[in-house]
Design a protein around this ligand. Structure first.
Ligand code: PLP
Length: 446
């Protein structure tokens, strides 16, 4: 497998773009990332003509893989050709908002924006404006986009910016706690309860994982926020319209947040974000309320058309059945491969998400373990060993994953996420053949 073209492109890119890329994770592959040339269903062809089974799928938005269904294509083309955007409201925004409000339990109203980052920035501002409080509780190692309030590390007693460029004084308003740790979040509410505007959490850790919530964890967050008049914000930028189908992860888990942030699939492959929730809260955005929020491209007609048709197509076809059943096959196949070859590793994921976490230790006897991805079942023999939070995932064999395992998979034509931490995604265009090929590749590479 040759990468001469990608190397030359990366060489040029390094001279004109920092790190040669427009989003950091794309450069994680060393010594240089393959450049994408085009997609083909569930496959990707790089600049040198190499073909891969693609489990990255744009890092989440591509529910259909690279070939969008005909109605999505048609809607995109007609909206693009009518004139791309107006700075005026359009019918397609109303239709998309109606669709989301009809399907997602927490959503009565929605504001569309242009990225997941913008969605979480606006949600945090909304929570602060609505409650008149400053502090935000987040999960250690969680990711909510490239924004000041959440690029924070450390713990609730000692939060600090996780990047240069953020004043220490900003990070004082963010309280990081470990995911799945009920005691930690109780403590933080005991100490700061009256100052907490919101808890911001992914329903499952999909950017540092995959880590499922333990039974009762979200109920605890729901009760604590309600008791303290704080908001519960679910960041469903990844899980939205992927986990739990059209009702999203909140429907699957049966916990209704006050506010939900969306991105990725809700724009059908085009730049998007959104903030949804109860009208009484969402109406605090300007112009109906006093929390300023605006955007030149927000509710962009081409994005709205792509997003709405994507969701409509999923409502009318066996999309979620297909991707979830392939997910089940992949995760159960991986569970067998891992049991044979690397019993200390943990197979994770649900619905159309999957990952093998390179955990360092596991039980001697695997009898009765979770069969198709870790469920945090206390009676699973792996329960004491499987990652419960971001730090546990951070302690995995990330160097082996990156330096040895990933390149071996790539050489076999299987393209996995650029690092140990991001989810891998299954699309409607993937087939059982892709699953078989991938399982064989894992057998070689593990
Ligand atoms: C991708 C992601 C974001 C950021 O979305 P962008 O569109 O990249 O700005 C926020 N939250 C979660 C959970 C994400 O996965």
């Amino acid at each position: 497998m040759h990468h001469d073209e990608s190397r030359d492109l990366y060489d040029r890119a390094l001279s004109v773009m920092p790190g040669g890329v427009n989003s950091s994770v794309r450069a994680a592959i060393e010594p240089y990332p393959p450049f994408a040339q085009r997609g083909d269903g569930g496959h990707l062809i790089d600049a040198d003509g190499n073909r891969y089974v693609d489990w990255v799928l744009g890092l989440g938005p591509l529910l259909y893989g690279h070939d969008t269904p005909e109605p999505v294509q048609a809607a995109v083309q007609s909206h693009a050709s009518e004139g791309p955007m107006y700075g005026m409201p359009t019918e397609i925004e109303v239709e998309h908002a109606e669709f989301v409000a009809r399907h997602v339990p927490s959503v009565e109203m929605i504001r569309f924006v242009n990225s997941g980052t913008e969605a979480t920035v606006s949600a945090v501002r909304l929570a602060r404006g609505y409650t008149g409080r400053n502090k935000i509780v987040v999960m250690q190692g969680g990711y909510h986009g490239a924004q000041e309030s959440t690029l924070v590390e450390g713990n609730a007693d000692n939060p600090r910016p996780s990047t240069a460029g953020i004043p220490q004084s900003f990070s004082q308003h963010t309280l990081p706690v470990p995911f799945n740790d009920e005691e930690a979040v109780h403590e933080v509410f005991e100490e700061h309860g009256d100052d907490i505007a919101a808890v911001l959490v992914e329903p499952l850790l999909a950017n540092k994982g995959i880590v499922m919530p333990e039974d009762g964890y979200h109920e605890t967050l729901r009760d604590l926020t309600a008791d303290h008049d704080s908001l519960l914000i679910f960041d469903e930028v990844i899980t939205g319209f992927r986990v739990g189908g059209l009702q999203c992860a909140q429907g699957k888990f049966g916990v209704t947040p006050d506010v939900t942030t969306f991105g990725k699939i809700i724009g059908g492959g085009y730049p998007v974000g959104a903030i949804g929730g109860k009208s009484e809260i969402i109406e605090h955005f300007t112009p109906s309320g006093d929390v300023f929020q605006a955007g030149t491209f927000s509710g962009h007609p081409v994005t709205m058309a792509a997003g709405l048709e994507t969701l409509r197509y999923a409502a009318e076809n066996d999309v979620y059945d297909h991707v979830n059943s392939l997910g089940e096959q992949l995760r159960s196949g991986l569970t067998e491969v891992v049991a044979d070859q690397a019993p200390e590793y943990t197979v994770a994921g649900t619905d159309s998400l999957f990952k093998v976490l390179f955990t360092r230790d596991g039980p001697r006897d695997l009898d009765g373990q979770c069969e198709a991805g870790c469920r945090q079942r206390p009676d699973c023999p792996r329960y004491e060993y499987c990652p419960k939070n971001g730090a546990d995932v951070g302690n995995c064999e990330t160097d082996r994953w990156r330096r040895v395992f990933w390149p071996k998979m790539k050489e076999q034509g299987v393209f996995l996420s650029q690092n140990q931490f991001e989810s891998q995604f299954i699309s409607y265009a993937h087939s059982e053949e892709d699953v078989e090929k991938t399982l064989e590749a894992y057998k070689e590479a593990l």
